[in-house]
Design a protein around this ligand. Sequence first.
Ligand code: URA
Length: 280
Amino acid sequence: MMANRPSSDANPFALLDWYRAAGVDLAVGELPQDRFKSSIKPAKAQADKPDAAVRNPVPPPASMQAAPPEAPTAPLNADPEAARELAAKAQTLEALEESLRNYDGCALKLRATQLVFADGNPEADVMVIGEAPGRDEDLQGKPFVGRSGQLLDRMLAAIGLDRNTVYIANTVPWRPPGNRTPTPAEIATCLPFLHRQIALVAPKFIITVGAPAAQTLFDTKTAISRLRGQWQVLEIAGLSVRAMPTLHPAFLLRQPAQKQLAWRDLLALRQAMDAENTSQ
Ligand code: URA
């Protein structure tokens, strides 16, 4: 049992509060479960009881017999190679959005309200890449519109940027249930689409916010605390883009003292943009 979790015979409202604080906002699991199957006792346990034959004279049909727990079922075409081929066909952002909308390779789509593709200006020099849509984004269909999005807007404004001068997307475009971190498999099937999105926008600079975006795009397991503030170069489809990893606004809302680090990263971006503008 997890520390601090109220025991199940405690006030049920306390239990619900605890779940809500832990980010559990859906009362169902991610995979369907046949509770009829799992509630049927194996035949041996029944036979041990003297009156088992009387209470259960006919064995249940095979389709109702207890089965081992089901392994997570991947969607049929969860193949990053197929995703790459599909993404590569899109010649415009609109075509890419449409092809993602029809894509069935990522199980996150099954539980999300809608696709959250992008916001901002596709002509912008700066692209912001977050982790995944949250509840507000899932409802509105736009990235970074909730509390962390409001902080992101303030961070961008501090260096003279806004949604007319940046383009915003996420590592995965569907909300993970309960706002959990997307799994490596979910990220892998969506990554070809993100790479294509970057190639089509062709920004001069990328800011990744949070660990999953940085670790995915820079293909590393290094902690965000060590990655942040260090310029990287992303080579995508013949493009070479300078990228600055920084901390996620949702983390900064929880740890405001860390804002000074994010501020340093944003200033580094501002300086690089100014240097680029004066050299032209
Ligand atoms: N957090 C993210 O990483 N992306 C969003 O779109 C919203 C919150």
